[in-house]
Design a protein around this ligand. Structure first.
Ligand SMILES: *[C@@H]1O[C@H](CO)[C@@H](O)[C@H](O)[C@H]1NC(C)=O
Ligand SMILES: *[C@@H]1O[C@H](CO)[C@@H](O)[C@H](O)[C@H]1NC(C)=O
Length: 342
């Protein structure tokens, strides 16, 4: 082949591939509506704020986060509308991209079974048009479009960032949010455990199995502690909770002690995603050794919750009344989605 021919063929092949990629991208590109937060890079920075952590008689200050105009506006609105106790208005919030859509059928079906009539907000993280149409027919489910493209990363860590943004967005309109990943199944309608733990604690609950599977220290990159200061020794002692299901009330406590820092960390990739996702290596143990992995939003919320509750997991662990949530990956067809209109 003559060099000119070679370049000609290469050019045509590359053009062809880029057309395919472009079409794929457009096909998957969500038709997002409003953008409620903007990334640090594209917004006016209006101040700095550091996380302060005091435990016993020691205090530590984290590296400062940049505050953007939109962040301040969102926080003002949340703070103006905080509630003391409004768990009756609980909404379920979830999200999925096209490849997790079938997995979410089970999670939606499980909510509809145990909480019939409860509103479910389903955020579109890049669904196909046919999937969106299906969702619009489901009982009590509202399809939510939110422009989060400014927070897109090259790796899958963007979804952990998007989750924090989505929970914040939902809390602006709803005083009480029960976040459920597509891999979570609601197993019972007995919310006793949630009510018991949230009644006295400012309105926050996490979920997890009995027994310490591993510590937060094991699954958290040290750069996160630079922003979210904590007692790292205490982080080696307590168990780590899943963030596949999290319950948050729009209370002063949750907004000021947990949500704002979770969101600031999500808006600063040095805090939330210092490394990319990898499997944890627990060969050196599950509590006191770093397992060479990082759990993004889950690491952050575990640090924030343990700090806020003085390392007493029973203060926010919704365990009473038996397990209410279970992790079950894939489409297991244990639950059917209820359909209300076509
Ligand atoms: C905050 O903004 C300043 C410049 O405006 C920048 O140098 C710094 O890296 C930013 N900090 C973070 C944590 O993003
Ligand atoms: C779901 O629906 C299918 C088809 O109608 C039915 O065969 C199946 O038993 C249902 N599953 C459950 C868990 O209700």
């Amino acid at each position: 082949m003559k060099p000119t021919n070679f370049f000609g063929v290469a050019f045509i092949t590359l053009s062809f591939i880029s057309v395919i990629l472009y079409r794929q991208y457009n096909y998957y590109a969500p038709n997002y509506g409003n953008s409620f937060l903007r990334s640090i890079a594209t917004s006016k920075i209006v101040g700095r704020k550091s996380y302060n952590f005091c435990y016993k008689d020691k205090c530590k200050t984290g590296k400062p986060f940049n505050l953007t105009q939109e962040f301040v506006r969102v926080m003002d609105q949340l703070r103006r509308t905080t509630v003391d106790d409004d768990v009756t208005q609980m909404v379920f919030v979830t999200a999925a991209s096209a490849n997790h859509f079938t997995e979410s059928l089970d999670s939606i079906g499980s909510i509809q079974k145990h909480f019939p009539g409860s509103l479910i907000l389903y955020y579109d993280w890049g669904l196909r048009p046919a999937q969106r149409r299906q969702i619009q027919a489901w009982c009590d489910v509202t399809l939510m479009l939110l422009d989060l493209r400014e927070f897109a990363n090259a790796d899958r860590s963007q979804f952990y960032v998007w989750k924090v943004l989505v929970i914040t967005h939902a809390l602006l309109d709803h005083p009480c949010v029960f976040w459920i990943d597509a891999s979570i199944r609601i197993m019972s309608s007995h919310v006793t455990g949630i009510l018991e733990v949230t009644r006295g604690n400012g309105g926050f609950a996490m979920f997890g199995a009995v027994g310490k599977v591993h510590s937060t220290f094991a699954v958290t990159h040290h750069k996160m502690y630079e922003y979210l200061a904590t007692d790292t020794r205490m982080q080696t002692l307590e168990g780590h909770f899943q963030s596949g299901a999290v319950f948050l009330l729009r209370s002063d406590f949750v907004v000021n002690e947990i949500l704002q820092w979770w969101l600031l960390c999500a808006m600063h990739s040095e805090c939330m995603t210092p490394i990319t996702w990898s499997r944890c290596d627990f060969t050196k143990g599950r509590m006191t050794s770093y397992a060479n992995c990082h759990r993004f939003d889950q690491s952050a919320i575990n640090i924030l919750a343990s700090n806020a509750f003085g390392f007493i997991p029973l203060m926010y662990w919704a365990i009473g009344g038996g397990p209410i949530v279970k992790v079950q990956r894939g489409h297991t067809k244990q639950f059917n989605v209820s359909i209300c209109s076509r």
